[in-house]
Design a protein around this ligand. Structure first.
Ligand SMILES: Cc1cc2nc3c(=O)[nH]c(=O)nc-3n(C[C@H](O)[C@H](O)[C@H](O)COP(=O)(O)OP(=O)(O)OC[C@H]3O[C@@H](n4cnc5c(N)ncnc54)[C@H](O)[C@@H]3O)c2cc1C
Length: 392
């Protein structure tokens, strides 16, 4: 079956769904094709920290009602090291900007509901997706759905299919430059059915390794432990996880960590990855399809949203006036933010993790950096303005 649309979007993660809705608001048609089933996509627990700019955009798009009701606005965070906590006053340091805790799966659910409410095409459980003729004026997305083969002809293809998707691989060899950095640690993340032990996120540097206390709701805590990249989740029974969390979060003044049933447990490796440019022919890569950041800066989802905001504006300009200047500038404009965010994520990761084999000199440098950020307004502001998100 042969079909036609203006923009073909591969992937219904945050990037693909935000792009589809932004285009709809500009009167531009799109079709979204997604490998997984709806239920799986809506329950996939990943990121949970939304920058101010992401919240503002979702609100302007008209998909922010539940976010406004259920999102938890945080105006600060804690850095904990040497048995003491230090508050970074995010909002005071950034003219009132803040972060909002709202799970990625909820963002995705809200966007899917909005898409369905307008009756626009969003196909789940699509198989064997292939993109082609990307260097022509009529690129295509071929796929199988409901037992039939389809070919979708588009003006543009948006590759929003994440790090393991197919669109990036459709670019001929030698066009894209891949820049990568592997970190010598991973995060063991848990979701626990217990009220958070803190009102604000705690980023903890400890001799035994990094730990993070985050949350998803007033009833759900999200906690992370730095582990080795080759560690196995089977080696981490619940009792061992809680014991290690108690040890790393302990303060001189005494602090209580609430325990509860662990309902999810997974180890995620850490890497930085960027392709340059983020475009070839009529294929535009966005989000994790083009870049991965370590989660320490809480930026993956926010970066995906920032990319598609630029892409939607550029496509709208092209459809409105035939002007392709913004499309030509897409990659360069996104990469400026990507590299700022890569640096911030690398900086946070280096400042907070325990590097195996680090000598005393390197450990003292790390402590000096932490103390500077917590004692100097300039140091704290650098963290705060990057964490809440640098405006365009
Ligand atoms: C396990 C994990 C934990 C994370 N935790 C955090 C965190 O704590 N904090 C943080 O800031 N960030 C985190 N991230 C990063 C953040 O979730 C991503 O940056 C964000 O999801 C990027 O959105 P995206 O839309 O670009 O990609 P994705 O969310 O990956 O969406 C891509 C979509 O494309 C679909 N797809 C893939 N291949 C195909 C295909 N061939 N055809 C059609 N569809 C396809 C996928 O099923 C998926 O729905 C985490 C990521 C992972 C993997």
């Amino acid at each position: 079956m042969s079909e036609r649309t203006q923009v073909g979007i591969v992937g219904a993660g945050p990037a693909g769904l935000v792009l589809a809705h932004l285009l709809h608001l500009r009167g531009i048609e799109s079709v979204v094709v997604e490998l997984r089933e709806r239920d799986y996509v809506e329950k996939r627990v990943r990121a949970g920290v939304l920058e101010q700019g992401t919240v503002d955009l979702l609100t302007e798009m008209g998909v922010g009602d539940r976010l406004a009701r259920e999102g938890l606005v945080h105006e600060g965070l804690e850095l904990r090291f040497g048995g003491r906590g230090h508050r970074i006053a995010l909002s005071e340091l950034t003219g009132g900007r803040a972060i909002t805790i709202y799970g990625q799966q909820h963002v995705v659910r809200d966007l899917i509901e909005a898409r369905q409410a307008i009756g626009a095409p969003l196909l789940f459980e699509v198989e064997d997706v292939r993109v082609g003729e990307l260097d022509s004026e009529r690129p295509s997305i071929a796929y199988r759905h409901g037992g039939e083969r389809h070919e979708l002809r588009c003006d543009f293809v948006a590759g929003c299919d994440g790090f393991h998707g197919v669109t990036r691989g459709a670019v001929p060899d030698g066009v894209l430059t891949q820049l990568e950095h592997e970190y010598p640690f991973a995060w063991l993340g848990i979701l626990a059915e217990v009220p958070p032990s803190t009102d604000e996120l705690i980023y903890c540097n400890h001799d035994r390794g990094f730990a993070l206390h985050s949350l998803r709701s007033p009833e759900l805590s999200r906690l992370y432990l730095q582990v080795d990249p080759d560690d196995d989740v089977e080696r981490w029974p619940d009792e061992r996880i809680w014991e290690e969390l108690h040890t790393r979060f302990a303060t001189d003044g005494g602090w209580t960590l609430n325990e509860g049933p662990i309902v999810e447990k997974a180890i995620t490796p850490m890497r930085s990855f960027v392709v340059e440019p983020m475009q070839w022919g009529r294929l535009y890569l966005a989000g994790d399809a083009a870049h991965i950041v370590p989660p320490t800066g809480a930026k993956g989802l926010n970066l995906a949203v920032a990319d598609v905001r630029v892409l939607a504006d550029a496509l709208a300009a092209w459809y409105e006036s035939g002007d392709d200047a913004q499309l030509r500038d897409y990659s360069q404009r996104c990469l400026r933010r990507v590299w700022r965010v890569q640096h911030f994520s690398w900086w946070m990761t280096s400042m907070l993790h325990r590097v195996a084999g680090a000598d005393s000199f390197e450990q003292r440098l790390q402590r000096a950096q932490l103390e500077y950020v917590c004692s100097s307004e300039a140091g704290a502001r650098t963290l705060a303005e990057n964490y809440v998100g640098i405006p365009d």
